[in-house]
Unconditional design. Sequence first.
Lengths: 327, 659, 201
Amino acid sequence: MKLKKLLLPLMALFTASVLSGCDLVVFQPQGPAARSITDLINWSLVWMLLVVVVVMVLFITIVWKYREKKENMNYEPPEEHGSIWLEITWTAIPFLIVIALTIPTVTTLYDLDKVPKGYENKEPLIVHVTSADWKWIFSYPEEGIETVNYVNIPEDRPVLFKLTSAGTMQSFWVPALGGQKYTMGKMETDMYLVADNPDSYQGKNTNFNGRGYADMEFEVLAQTQEEFDEWVKEAQSRAPKLTEEEYEDLLQPTVLGRKTFSNTHLEWVNHADPNSKTYTNPESYRGHGYQGKIFEENDNYKNKSEENTNQLEANAHTNHGGEHDEH
Amino acid sequence: MMNIKWDEILITGDPLILGSQIAIVLTMVGVIAGITYLKKWKWLWTEWLTTVDHKKIGVMYIIAGVLMFFRGGVDGLLMKAQTARPEMEFLNAQHYNEVFTTHGVIMIIFMAMPMLIGIMNVVIPLQIGARDVAFPQLNALSFWLFFSGAMLFNISFVVGGSPDAGWTSYFPLAGKEFSPSIANNYYAVALQIAGIGTLISGINFIVTILKMRTKGMTLMKMPMFTWTGFITSIIIVAAFPIFTVALALMTTDRLYGTHFFTLSGGGLDMLWANLFWLWGHPEVYILILPAFGIYSEVISTFSRKSLYGYKSMIVSIVSIAILSMLVWVHHFFTMGSGPTVNSIFSISTMLIAVPTGIKIFNWLFTMRKGRIKMTTPMLWALAFIPCFLIGGVTGVMLGMGAADFQYHNTLFLVAHFHYTIIPGVVFAVFAGIYYWWPKMFGFMLNEKIGKWHFWLFVIGFNLTFFPMFFLGLDGAVRRAYTYSAESGFASLFGLSAIGAAILALGFAAFCYNIYWSIRHADRNISSDPWDARTLEWSTASPVQYYNFAKLPEVNRLDAFWHMKKEHQGLTLKESEIEEIHMPSNSGLPIFMGAVFGIAGFFLVFEWHIAAAIAGIGIIAGLIIRSFDYDDGYHVKVNEIKSIEKSWRNVEGEVHDHVS
Amino acid sequence: MSANVNTALPLEYQREQDRMNILGFWIFLGAEIILFATLFGVYGVLYQRYAGGPTHQDIIVIKDVMIQTVLLLTSSFTMGLAIFEMRRHNLKGLIAWFVVTLLLGGGFLFMEINEFIHYVHEGATMQTSAFLSSLFVLLGTHGAHVTLGIGWATMVIIQLLKRGLTPVTARKTFIIGLYWHFLDVVWIFIFTFVYLKGLVG
């Protein structure tokens, strides 16, 4: 059949794509967190490959041997109902494989929740990560500086990322250094990452959050401790100060480049605080389709006083509109 | 309350959408004109729109599913076209976001569900030797509610704006705080309407299977497809009310300013994720179990052997059903629930592989020592095994919580679920359609075109989705409308796009097969063309509207097979024919579908007064139904005699199998 | 057909179709249990998220809630009496107790609506906080079920008056009896876990 002739080159294509698997970022871990996950993945690949081989051998053998041909048209298959021993076998063995996969999974889960092994004595650098639409804001409370869309860290030192969101639910992911974790408003999640070597690593948001989602890449630059200290000093002395007004502007749905500030927004708001104000701007998201009703909220940041001012009216006057991809 | 912004109703400014708006109007006008010209309104009304016959309802579900497959498939092709090269500007981000949202919702809720429920409708009453389901009018209502929800959802992209927060509609993105247009109201309302229909179907099939099995058919003598339909219906009843609540709370948040999932006022976005997946995970098992049932029938028939390990197969589907309600957190391992919670759900997730594996081995051993006939339905079942295997093992990999921290929301995940849903569900639907087509319509689909359909689709499917495993492992995230040239993703995305084009050709071959077979296929075929094993094949092709002139009596599994072998129970004597009681048609289900759709439409646009007035129509329908004492009609013996004579041979026996 | 009628059973169980309707309704009640369980779960997650607004203690008037409870529980009892009369083939008794049930249910609804109006006057609307959203939706869903039940029961009473006691009307009555008892059970959970717990906790 003609189609079968196509099969061979397609299989070659397949094999090529499989072999190109070697330089995938998940298989090139650059830190202990990522490495522990890669080890777990490799362990699972071994067992899954075993399962695939066993099933495929059975499948190919059976289909080939028992296919209908001119020669066996008179063969009437026997009445078979089952075999309790076979059932026990193909229940027990997969169950054991599940146990084999479970044990390292559980240990890795608990390990990832703590400072990576071997780094317990090093003082972690604390970086607050605030995800916003459509940018990442990194605050260094001890150093008193803040960056947008890039984060510098020292190599070989645990960094405690305290994750939260100023708005939509997002996911902080630097695949070369470790797994991802969600950022959610009015709560905080934690993650430890360590970079083995100085290098530039790409970070992404993996939890879809609207029009600018695909633009939410950021850079994680691991530097030597000296280079890092120098960069901190420069930022502290040379970077402009962020005003509260400018910060509120930052939270509008826009895609920006890199910014640096010599103070942090934690002075006036920590979005991880469940009692913090809500920094939402529905008016800025208008533009697509028939518009629905927006609700006034008491805890919105625009209510500077505790009074119930007419929010919609205020929004209409003060809002710039944010980013609109017009159709 | 009712200030209508007329200029915002129709979506403007996009040539693709404008083209669709024109096409929709022209098609509607064309269809209405065509039916009028051919003077078929009365026929359409009495034979299809008011039917309560499970076989016709099943066919309508399947037709709707095929049409939705087209729409969802076009959505997929648009996505592949946009991502074929880096930084393409074919679809902007907004448009892409709408397309992948509707792709997901349509494929799962409006394509896969109706196809499977449609096949269940056609087949299950016949397999258990019954004349219809327990509640025929409710059955029709289920269909029209599904249809209404589907139509409402489908017009969103031309009127009002399409939902654009993903098929999972996560908050706070899907709320008014970040999506102030009414677009996502369509999601909340249309799925609610369709969901009610599904819940009703679940109840209907449970009672049907428990109470209407023919004499001698104990639960342990039921065909496997009926078993899977039974367990699936139980999962439906357990899971769909959760979605009902989730959607209702989404509706109140968006329309009435409540604070269930909002950022402000103490709402919890995590709560939506939990509620959604508490339903969402059982939902994918609602999809896969009937598909497994189809494979059991097809593999057994075309190996000429009874299903291996029947009891074990039942234990496995019950285990899968129970476990399916205990794994939902694996959809958000990365939400920071902590290592204990993540460990528990990793274990429960991986455990599902065990009963699933049991099934694969039992299917293989059904084929072993059989005589495997490579018909089109069997080809689909055969391709299922290796392809689903990949989906299954990558599922185990994803279920290992810590590893998932690297896989989650990447294309690795997307590849996994397409490798379970397409080989699992879509191949099964194709197998089922090819297999039961002659029973539904009295002719067969063409085997040669069927094989083109098969090869194009399977090759296209693998070429589309296999590269995505590697893309995901290289950092490619899902739902991104574009990617940079520097990422290095371009070649695999390009390969995937080519695969999608081949996949589309496969679907086109399927449509062509239907067209060609309607026009040219031989109508003079046996009522049992496959030499099959279960009771539905003991009826005429197409089936007589009352199903069985005389309800069969069975005493073992694969009842029809043994009736053929022992020449027992296949003959009908005139003296055995009695009057048959059948339910009457009803216009109420389609009326309810329409009224739900209208009320839903007004609710979507937040025209509350209009919605309330339309809601009165729903109450009116319920009242009319309450006072409806129509008890059906009786089919006269003479009519039964003449119908039976037309397809049985002289001795009153069913036609012998013609190979 | 005639083989399916068993005159030794109560009227509503005599025909096969009616037995199927009753089974189907039990399964529907199973779905309703899941629905209310989900609403209770949502309430359980959100019930202390007051967002600086009114709390349980601020708004609940326990005396009124106790009266509502007595009304509804009594109505469940009178519904039981109605079914008891039905089994004795006493149409007049059935309808009498049925109407009493609906009046008590109407009384319950009247008080619940007043309760909601009171909350709104106190500045506690469903838009105020997550706690109040979940309170109103849980209670409101139950109240909506009661309202629909009263409407449905009225239709059944009309049919009983028109057609008397037949297997079909008996089945319809029995089913709405099940529905009514179910709503009563849900209320007991609401009374305990929303009102009592809210005031104590």
